[in-house]
Design a protein around this ligand. Structure first.
Ligand code: TMP
Ligand code: ASP
Length: 236
């Protein structure tokens, strides 16, 4: 497999073509952003930490039967992934209230959500990832009924797998965002799963261990990402 030219550069990752039209190289950079790209920084070692973290989680999800685009680790910062036709809709599950849910609905941070909530957002930084519903996704052709059903089912399946994984390691999976795409028409989990796209709190102390450390200037961002990984069994 040969890495070819860069196809796309996002806020934290870059995608490269390969000599196989069905496979891309996903490179995790040290760039970090928050608030739809408004706050930016380079955090040393973030690329390799998130690459290994993502590989660990995606492998667990694949073992449990979730279709994922992750194929294998290639290097410290690179993973091989299947080429997806991305669906521009972000799927968010919340087990505990935090972030935009608290701001929008005046809910106290930390309230347990039973059952968990499920929300869709349009992936569009310029519009600040507005919340949408399934009717918008259908009306504007972003996803079909069947794809939306499959995205929801997979997103909740991920919750069942990861909630207990984090819990057993002394952490609460507060919320997370997933992105899906299509491989030969099949809804497949894409993007990444890392502390950049979820909230994780220490069960004992309530301490924040995810990107809120960057958003809220709490410090030691990557040290906490690594601590989350170490507790789960990620080999850094
Ligand atoms: P929110 O509280 O800002 O709506 O985010 C909920 C969770 O989803 C949180 O863990 C962050 C993640 N998320 C992203 O990583 N990127 C996004 O664009 C959105 C909308 C959410
Ligand atoms: N990942 C998004 C951004 O860059 C949203 C966030 O994490 O706050 O800006």
């Amino acid at each position: 497999m040969q890495k070819l030219e860069e196809l796309y550069s996002g806020k934290a990752k870059s995608i490269f073509k390969t000599d196989d039209a069905d496979l891309f190289v996903m490179e995790f950079r040290d760039d970090t952003s928050a608030f739809d790209g408004v706050k930016k920084a380079k955090l040393s070692r973030k690329g390799e930490v998130n690459n290994k973290f993502n590989a660990f989680i995606m492998s667990k999800l694949a073992e449990a039967g979730v279709p994922v685009h992750f194929v294998r680790l290639l290097s410290e910062r690179e993973s091989l992934v299947k080429r997806l036709q991305m669906i521009p809709v972000e799927c968010v599950v919340r087990n505990v209230a935090a972030g935009s849910l608290c701001r929008r609905l005046g809910i106290r941070e930390g309230m347990e959500l039973t059952p968990p909530t499920y929300e869709l957002f349009l992936k569009n930084d310029e519009l600040h990832d507005p919340m949408i519903n399934e009717h918008h996704a259908r009306a504007f052709g972003w996803a079909t009924d069947e794809q939306l059903e499959e995205m929801k089912a997979q997103t909740f399946k991920v919750n069942e797998i990861l909630k207990s994984l984090f819990d057993a390691a002394g952490m609460t999976l507060v919320d997370y965002k997933l992105e899906f795409g299509l491989v030969d028409g099949k809804v497949t989990l894409g993007d990444e799963f890392s502390p950049d796209g979820c909230r994780i709190w220490d069960k004992a102390t309530g301490e924040k261990m995810d990107k809120d450390r960057f958003r809220q200037d709490l410090g030691d961002v990557i040290e906490y990402y690594e601590e989350v990984g170490r507790r789960l069994g990620v080999q850094f």
